[in-house]
Every structure is written in structure tokens, then in C-alpha cells.
Design a binder for this molecule. Sequence first.
Ligand SMILES: *[C@@H]1O[C@H](CO)[C@@H](O)[C@H](O)[C@H]1NC(C)=O
Ligand SMILES: *[C@@H]1O[C@H](CO)[C@@H](O)[C@H](O)[C@H]1NC(C)=O
Length: 379
Amino acid sequence: MIVLSTGGSWRIMRGACACAVVCALVALCAASGLDEGTRAAAERQLLALLGLPHRPPHTHRPPPPVPRAMRLLYEGSIPAAAANTARSFYHTHTELDHRFPGEHRFRLYFNISGVPTDEVARGAELTFQRAVGTTGNQRLLLYDVVRPGRKGKSEPILRLLDSIPLKPAEGTVNADALGAARRWLKEPKHNHGLLVRVLEEGSGSTDAKFPHVRVRRRATDGDEEWRALQPLLMLYTEDERARAARERGETKLTRNKRAAQRRGHRAHHRRKEAREICQRRPLFVDFADVGWSDWIVAPHGYDAYYCQGDCPFPLADHLNGTNHAIVQTLVNSVNPAAVPKACCVPTQLSSISMLYMDEVNNVVLKNYQDMMVVGCGCR
Ligand SMILES: *[C@@H]1O[C@H](CO)[C@@H](O)[C@H](O)[C@H]1NC(C)=O
Ligand SMILES: *[C@@H]1O[C@H](CO)[C@@H](O)[C@H](O)[C@H]1NC(C)=O
């Protein structure tokens, strides 16, 4: 069930003043009192809001560990402009791997076929981990394999995506693979992977015997060890809903800062006196209670808040009323039968980020607009 920290019941919330996401969640949470058909409809509506065709299936496999890079993104924000979704991919082993025995030349294949077709790539970054104990300057070349070569018949067609100087140093190395990711999303059948080469800088650019970065697995690498070392592709996309919202010119609101939010929560408890007036009220949505905790990795729940209260005549400035709301309230005060009072609704919303498992058990980070009430007002 939904936890209401202070008074107010969800039923009032569902009144005339609609509020898409929160109401859908509330309907779902209140499903104990609903018949199966209504409950299914509520769940469908909520999934549609989240841009998912259906609920990811229950799996008894344990979820794969969330890559560190993904966790860091979840704490921060998605770097690619306009992107609202981030996914991470590791190389998928194929029978081609044995053709690349060296450490300086390897074909990386990332199966991004699970990315929904309405999503547009806005950024793709390939991260390599440094190998220890190498000296000298090298260069990493990253190619999109546009057409694979055929033995003795044709050379492969390669398109250079990025060229990165490697100096002996610590940390990671990033290469830009956006050109390839865009192509793969458009022509999934022609994803032949990426070719990575590491060369010695200068002196005729020979193959690097001991590359500065880890490109392929060594026989001595354990599973855990390799998981931390292997190249990781981060794909940043924008889905249809986010694109439509952006093109309508909706301002990108500041991302929720959890600490600030908690402070607001506490302050609220001290202000019980003004209860009846339109204001933001606490509402914590717990995903476990909605039955979604098996595929939503983080957060476990979030402060959605809701708006409730009276919009009395005359409308005070802090009630964020529009001119129309002021007029409507005025008419209502003269003749209550003519029109209802203005409604207490969210006037400012902010986004939250969620990490969830998709159909193929991949971890996806998505930024959802308008999930949390920042301010209420009479409209
Ligand atoms: C890619 O992943 C899909 C599932 O998302 C699977 O059906 C397909 O066989 C995979 N392709 C390769 C080449 O591994
Ligand atoms: C009016 O909006 C501002 C900014 O969005 C917000 O801080 C304030 O709390 C809102 N007023 C009410 C009554 O919620």
C-alpha cells in the first residue's frame, strides 16, 4: 500500500483534479479493492507512462550485477544531451572471437537488438580499462565493421569512428561509437561489431605487443576479474515520449536531489496548521507494494508527493493561480452553483531516474519526466 506520512487519503486525490502518473500508481496500489480487469488496465496505463509495452517477465535468474558506470550515472545524470535512457553492454562471445588471438586487435560485438525501435541514439561511449605495466606511446583505433571481409574474396569495409592517443597513465580510456550505434539501430542486420586496434605510435605504427588497454580476455582472467576489466559500451538514447516533450518545448526541470527532498519532507511535518489550503503533501510510492521490486533495481520507491487542499476566495499569491483560476474562484464565490472552485494541482513537476531490468535481463537507466511534485497551485 501507499504510505501516507500525514493525513489525507488517496481517494480525495483521485477526484476532479487529475494527475496522470501518481493517480495511475495509486489506482494500482489500491488494486486490492479493484476487480482483475480494472487492475490490469491500471497497470497497463502505468507501464505506458513508463514507455514499456508490458511488464518484464518474472525471472528466477538473479539479476546481473549493475555495472559501476551505471550506478554512477544513477547517482548523477545522463551525460548525452537530450538522452533520457542509458543502457550498458558487454561484448557477446561469438565463434569469430578465435580469429583474434592477439591483444592488439579484437572484434567487439554488442547485441543492442533489444533496444526499442522508437529510441534514437544520442551518445555511445566505449570504455576500456588500462592494462598495467606498459610503456611508450600507443594509439587506439576504433572502427565500425560496415561489411565483414570474406576469406580470400573481399576485404572488410571499415569506417574509422575514433582515434585515441594512449600515453602511459592510470584510469580509463573512452572512445566514441555513436556513428556505429546509430547505424545498428537503423539496420540491426548489419551490426557486424566494432574493430579495435592498438598500435605503437610513430615508427611505422606497428601492432602493440603489450597494449595500454585491455581489449580481450586472457585465459588467466577469472570471471569477476574480467567483468571489471572488459570494455563496456554505454548507449544513451532518447525515447519517443521524451522527444515529443522536448519538441513541445517543455523545460527540462532540475533533477530530484534526494537530500533536499528529505529536508522538505521534514519541514512539512512542522506546518500542520495550514492543512486545508492547497499544498503539496507527502506520498511515498513503494515499488515493492506495487509488486514491481523484482524488475525495478533502484530506487526501492520514491517521494511522489501529491497536491490537495482548498482554493479559497480570494486566491492568495502563493497558491500559484493563473488569471483564469482567479476569475473562476471569483465567480464561484458569487455563485457556487455556476462553477466549481479552482482545482489544487501540480504546477511544477520534476523527474526521477530509475534502474530497471528489461526483457533480456539488461539493466536500463531511464530518466522519467514529471514523476514528482515540486509545487502545487490552483488552476
Ligand atoms: C541478440 O539478442 C537477442 C535477444 O535480445 C537474441 O534473440 C539474438 O539471438 C542475439 N543475437 C546474437 C547475434 O547474439
Ligand atoms: C507554488 O510554486 C512554487 C514553485 O513551484 C512552490 O515552491 C510553492 O510551494 C507552490 N505553492 C504551493 C501552495 O504549493
